[in-house]
Design a protein around this ligand. Structure first.
Ligand SMILES: Nc1ncnc2c1ncn2[C@@H]1O[C@H](COP(=O)(O)OP(=O)(O)OP(=O)(O)O)[C@@H](O)[C@H]1O
Length: 753
């Protein structure tokens, strides 16, 4: 059992906290818990947790930083100083409180801290199911209002179902398409796995997942990891790298749990720490390994530690975790707050760095380095000499790309010649403090980093026409799952509503969205059935590692800034031996550098066999594309008006508050005038104001006009060329079938993939 005892819910009603507060403990009612003698503590050591804010404050995530704490008594000493007494809870003797022991009581406050999302998998009315997650406003009170028997029954059921659903956050499995165990075990021939010498339990799990054979990286990496080596693994996107390290870690857990080597006491040492660059990827890795474990008779406790969720809850989970998956920032925050956790983490057996090249660069490096230093197995003797402590920890580093920027950033400065993977490995070696002098370097696709089933294309269009061509492309490839990548958050904010106005089922994803909205967007994107159109417009926060099933098309609305970004974005399709399409929208001046970048990605490391890769151009008919312009123009106007209003409201609120504080009259029109003559940014501001200035009636008229246009088919004119050259189904065209009338591009037709 873990050392953290769970606190009992103290009250049956909970109001939304609006400021930092201490809830003074009322006298114990004696019904369900007894209190231990109160311990005097400092304010810093209280169990603060983030105050849950109402929906309207979501955009301010992380800004307010308000925290609250329960079960605390404030004591004023005779010298006027203040002390706090934290109430510790022990289970009641009648067993009513037994859930508290393992931290899974559905009634406790912190259990639901941060799980304020709506059900992600289905739209259950809030009152329909006691287990459904609640809306923001009243989650605390609704959960607490559950009849106790109900909560207990749920708890029992949860226990039965193993820890797969122990973490309510992850019950809302956004990665619904990730392979899950199939209990209808049809015969699966597992002979291809035999060479890896896996345990019967793992083989059974693989059979349930219907994974007939290991992927190449799995076949190469698993035996090396099982043999105790440090491994650096490079394999193309979607080639099964997660299980390449996940299977040996779970094997080790099974081995240790069989031999009862895993201590079950308060200071439990986790077996593995897996670092991921993004929150979504961390949750996905967690799900992926849990799915592997779902077929086991016993499974390890796996938890993810990412930003946007309750720190306190994560600390509690960490104390009992076997496998921890986390993003560096939050992990560092949680680990550094507890010396016990920190010392336990020094004893982990596996440190995995997934998407290593990204994690060790781009803004994550500092926190990742802190974690590596903290886990460092060094001790200083009296002469201040640092000695490495021998430890059985293995370090496993995986990515589809290892680029030269990594070397430069790890070195901190200086210029370097083009380097080989081996060079980069040496830098990693230094920083990660591998156990072995030479970790096994496994590169299963040294020639191309791109998935075999991927086709690539390029559309040339004017820099200001990308919206139009994006829309045309989406019509050209209808009824598929499409991921559109942009280089900026503001583009996501603009494009998503614009496409929605064009009746395209679109969701946004960027890092400034509140975490729950991010999860919801991915869930909605994946919730559509195959054969239905679904679009996710995202920044590169979605480029790495996300294993969203059946993405057919990736569109680079903005060209990627670096080769590895192109590889990872394109790698969201054509995964696990499937096929897919990646298309770049290029302004004329972008075509040459983009071609060069793609050729680089495809070039062989072996100079002798270097071939130039030439990405195919989709030749779209400009005249026909232009017929879509009125629709796009109107959709943009409506989207701009919405955005300007949103922005204006925020600015207005800020201005109004500032004016109030200064005690002056607030006149929004007057203040807007300033923007007009305000020099830099004045033009943009004016545009915003224009969009905002649309009256309700004008906006209504624009909407009606757009509706009208969307209800009619685009007049392609039978005698004209089609939007793209190639085969065109004339019958479909004349019937006005959506999308198909635009034509098909030979070789880049999703239907033929
Ligand atoms: N042996 C296997 N047989 C069939 N499918 C597999 C096998 N191993 C993994 N998969 C599936 O392949 C998909 C891609 O796996 P994973 O996400 O681990 O790829 P990856 O190499 O980490 O990709 P990326 O580089 O984009 O992060 C997943 O849906 C996973 O369930």
């Amino acid at each position: 059992m873990n050392g953290l005892k769970k606190r009992k819910a103290t009250s049956q009603t909970s109001s939304t906290p609006a400021k930092k507060k201490i809830k003074a403990r009322q006298s114990t009612n004696g019904k369900s818990a007894q209190t231990k003698a109160k311990k005097r503590v400092t304010s810093d050591s209280l169990r603060w947790r983030k105050a849950k804010l109402p929906d309207m404050f979501n955009d301010a995530e992380g800004f307010y930083g308000l925290e609250e704490v329960d079960d605390v008594e404030v004591v004023r000493n005779s010298d006027n100083t203040v002390e706090f007494k934290q109430r510790a809870i022990i289970p009641s003797t009648d067993g009513e409180n037994e859930e508290d022991q393992d931290g899974d009581n559905a009634q406790s406050d912190e259990e639901f801290e941060g799980f304020d999302d709506e059900p992600l998998t289905q739209d259950i009315p809030k009152s329909a199911s006691p287990s459904s997650k609640k809306g923001d406003e009243n989650i605390g009170s609704e959960v607490k209002a559950l009849p106790k028997e109900n909560a207990k029954a749920q708890k029992k059921q949860k226990k039965k179902d193993s820890n797969l659903i122990e973490d309510p956050e992850l019950e809302t499995n956004i990665f619904t398409g990730i392979d899950t165990v199939d209990e209808t075990q049809d015969e699966v021939d597992l002979s291809a796995w035999v060479a890896l010498d896996l345990s019967p339990q793992i083989l059974e799990s693989l059979a349930k997942l219907k994974f007939q054979k290991p992927t190449r990286i799995q076949a190469a990496a698993i035996p090396q990891i099982l043999a105790g080596h440090d491994v650096i693994g490079k394999a193309s996107t979607g080639s099964g790298k997660t299980l390449a390290f996940g299977i040996p870690i779970v094997e080790k857990w099974l081995e240790l749990s069989d031999s009862s080597d895993i201590p079950q006491d308060a200071s439990k040492v986790p077996l593995a720490l897996i670092l991921s660059p993004t929150r979504e990827l961390a949750h996905q890795l967690t799900e992926h390994i849990k799915n592997l474990c779902a077929g086991l008779p016993n499974s390890p406790y796996i938890c993810s530690v990412t930003g946007g969720l309750s720190v306190y809850k994560q600390q509690r989970q960490l104390a009992k975790a076997d496998i921890v998956v986390g993003t560096p920032g939050r992990l560092w925050e949680v680990l550094s707050s507890s010396s016990e956790l920190m010392s336990n983490f020094k004893k982990i057996r596996y440190l995995v760095v997934d998407e290593a090249d990204r994690l060790l660069t781009e803004g994550h490096f500092q926190e990742a380095a802190e974690i590596f230093n903290a886990l460092d197995r060094v001790e200083e003797d009296e002469g201040e000499e640092r000695k490495t402590i021998s430890s059985p920890r293995q370090t496993l580093v995986f990515s589809a790309t290892f680029h030269k920027g990594l070397q430069q950033k790890l070195a901190g400065k200086g210029r370097y010649d083009l380097m080989s993977d081996k060079d980069s490995m040496e830098y990693l070696l230094k920083k990660l403090n591998f156990r072995e002098e030479k970790p096994k370097f496994i590169d299963v696709n040294p020639v191309s980093q791109m998935a075999e089933g991927l086709k690539e294309g390029l559309v040339e269009c004017g820099a200001m026409e990308k919206d139009l061509y994006l829309y045309a492309l989406l019509l050209l490839y209808p009824n598929v799952r499409t991921l559109v990548f942009t280089n900026s958050i503001s583009s996501v904010r603009r494009l998503a509503p614009m496409l929605q106005n064009l009746n395209l089922q679109t969701n946004p994803l960027h890092s400034q969205m509140p975490q729950k909205a991010r999860l919801r967007s991915v869930e909605r994107f994946t919730a559509t059935k195959q054969g239905q159109s679904s679009i996710l417009v995202a920044t590169d926060v979605a480029a790495r590692g996300l294993d969203i099933p059946n993405v057919d098309l990736v569109v680079h609305y903005h060209v990627p800034r670096a080769a590895d970004v192109y590889v990872h974005r394109s790698g969201r399709t054509a995964r696990a031996d499937k096929t897919g399409l990646s298309i770049l929208l290029c302004a004329p001046e972008e075509v040459v550098p983009t071609r060069r970048l793609i050729a680089k990605v495809h070039s062989s490391t072996d100079r002798g066999s270097k071939k130039n890769f030439f990405v195919q151009t989709l030749d779209m008919d400009r005249k026909l594309v232009n017929r879509l312009k009125p629709r796009v123009t109107l959709a943009k106007k409506i989207a701009d008006a919405g955005l300007a209003k949103e922005k204006g409201n925020k600015e207005d609120d800020w201005m109004r508050n500032a004016a109030e504080e200064l005690g002056v009259e607030y006149d929004s029109d007057e203040i807007q005038q300033v923007g007009k003559w305000g020099g830099r940014g004045g033009g943009r501001k004016e545009k915003q104001n224009q969009a905002r200035a649309l009256t309700k009636a004008e906006l209504g008229a624009i909407r009606a006009e757009l509706r009208e246009l969307l209800s009619k088919r685009v007049n392609a004119g039978v005698s004209e060329k089609y939007i793209a050259t190639g085969m065109v189904d004339m019958d479909e065209l004349l019937r006005g079938a959506k999308g198909e009338f635009l034509g098909k591009v030979e070789g880049l037709d999703i239907g033929s993939l």
